[in-house]
Design a protein around this ligand. Structure first.
Ligand code: GLC
Length: 506
């Protein structure tokens, strides 16, 4: 009698390939349909920059890079491409887009935000339209999720799952507009934030969930908790009857209980039997969930539509991702027109730990929850992109730490920045500067006297004030994903850099 299943970050079948995902999904669905109620499950996953749990999927730029494009139509097209790849594995529900308005880039989830101003996230709700199509029952459409309601990006100090200290007017002005637009666009679900509002956990906020989201905005879809989010209401580990009751009565319709769902069901049944949770509330939650299952066509077509499986990592989707990478590049310095690089008869020295690393250029939420360095999934590194776009008459030499550079090279390209992280693991309450490896690499390049162009691969602005004056060029590449050639398209001038900062640079 399980109604819904999810894959958390990195949760995948073995082997991790599209066919085995679809087989796994169909297996779960057939079990659900064989149960006494015959109600299909709905299966959710975090496809937050492509179908990122699946090896071989197209990995698009993370939201901060899409925010830099300011191109809402491009983002809608990305939503459709992601929906096709997700549908190709059978999965019906995407826990995306994050409509968080990141107000402090110390926050480890800054890169999941489209930017610091609500207007950008509001504009990029076109991702919802791409994911859900004109109708959820259309082939390839999946349920979208506006998350995390509300104020996740506004916590004091950028503390992930921390406390957003604003009066209601400020909360509404900064963090509500993207959700208003998402509801207007018919988003099918809203996920509640782990964070607190003025000291009260969002998972227990009846005023904001029921009075504001459901009644004032008229949201008729599914309100879902975050992963074990109910457990945090009382500040203690695990969940209690009080927490279950508080969350359901606050207006949460589906609780993401990753482990102890049997005990959850027992506690909730006892609360309903005791009359502390009304059957009206339970019926309202079930009606919202079943309505989305019907709208998705799960009762008529519960199994994977394998006509979409071949779209996973397709050339068409990768071309779209490369276009998004191009548009997301932000040119921040170009001393003496060191850019664009000459394509032919040039000698280019490429350095930096992020030049030839798919994992680093994709960031968190890639194959595993935290992401990781290395050759984690098929794609084109920034270095390979430089090699592909340059003319054969040009020499491209690579050395991660810069050793071997000499003044026979016309230019050095240093691809540096952050290594992957997700959620609170990425919080940076202290320094926001470059790591020692990058500082050493830059010094080696500087000592050679060759002009240096820095390509910063990061999930947020970093503190580069100590080094910026020694650089000739600087491009913010954000977290481009698998199609690194899009960076080369800008470096060589095939695409005029049009990206603009979605976050103030400190
Ligand atoms: C995570 C994230 C949320 C995600 C959920 C399921 O902790 O906070 O964004 O959708 O759990 O993976």
């Amino acid at each position: 009698r399980i109604g819904s299943v999810l894959s958390g970050g990195g949760s995948a079948p073995t082997p991790n390939n599209p066919a085995s995902w679809a087989d796994m999904y169909d297996g779960f669905q057939e079990r659900a349909l064989s149960g006494p109620l015959g109600i299909p499950i709905i299966y959710g996953i975090d496809a937050v920059h492509g179908h990122n749990n699946v090896v071989g999927a197209t990995i698009f730029p993370h939201n901060i890079g899409l925010g830099a494009t300011r191109d809402a139509e491009l983002v809608r097209d990305i939503g459709r491409a992601v929906a096709e790849e997700v549908s190709g594995t059978g999965i019906d529900w995407d826990f995306a887009p994050c409509l968080c308005v990141a107000r402090n880039d110390r926050w480890g989830r800054t890169y999941e935000s489209f930017g610091e101003q609500p207007e950008i996230a509001t504009a990029m709700t076109t991702l919802i339209t791409g994911l859900q199509g004109d109708s959820l029952s259309e082939p390839g459409s999946v349920l979208a999720t506006a998350k995390h309601y509300i104020g996740d990006g506004g916590t004091t100090g950028g503390d992930d799952q921390g406390n957003t200290e604003l009066d209601e007017a400020q909360l509404r002005a900064v963090h509500l507009p993207p959700f208003e637009e998402a509801v207007r666009r018919g988003v099918g679900s809203v996920m509640i934030s782990y964070s607190s509002w003025n000291g009260v956990k969002m998972h227990g906020q009846q005023h904001l969930i029921t009075d504001v989201l459901k009644n004032e905005l008229g949201f008729t879809g599914i309100v879902v908790s975050d992963w074990a989010g109910v457990d945090q209401i009382d500040g203690e580990r695990g969940f209690t009857a009080d927490e279950v009751r508080t969350a359901i009565n606050a207006g949460i319709d589906m609780v993401m209980v990753p482990m102890d769902y049997v005990r959850f069901t027992e506690l909730l049944t006892a609360e309903v039997t005791a009359g502390r949770v009304t059957m009206d509330r339970v019926d309202d939650a079930n009606r919202r969930i079943l309505t989305k299952k019907f709208e998705l066509g799960l009762f008529e077509n519960p199994l994977t539509d394998r006509s979409f499986t071949g779209t996973i990592g397709s050339a068409e989707h990768r071309d779209l991702a490369r276009a998004a990478v191009r548009e997301s590049q932000v040119l921040l310095k170009n001393e003496g027109n060191v850019l664009p690089l000459a394509k032919s008869s040039n000698r280019i020295f490429v350095a930096g730990k992020n030049a030839d690393d798919i994992g680093n250029q994709s960031g968190g939420w890639t194959i595993s929850w935290q992401g990781e360095s290395g050759d984690t999934t098929p794609g084109t590194t920034i270095l390979q992109g430089i090699r592909d776009v340059a003319d054969p008459s040009t020499t491209v030499t690579y050395s991660a730490d810069g050793s071997g550079i000499d003044d026979s090279y016309q230019v050095a390209v240093a691809v540096i920045g952050e290594t992957p992280y997700a959620e609170g693991v990425g919080d940076r309450p202290s320094g926001m500067g470059l790591d020692q490896a990058d500082v050493a690499t830059l010094q080696t390049l500087r000592d050679s006297g060759v002009p240096v162009v820095v390509v910063l691969v990061s999930g947020r602005p970093l503190d580069i004030s100590a080094q910026l004056s020694t650089w000739d060029g600087l491009v913010a590449a954000w977290l481009p994903g698998t199609e690194g050639a899009g960076v080369a398209d800008v470096l060589f001038g095939d695409h005029n850099p049009t990206g603009t900062l979605p976050m103030t640079w400190m």
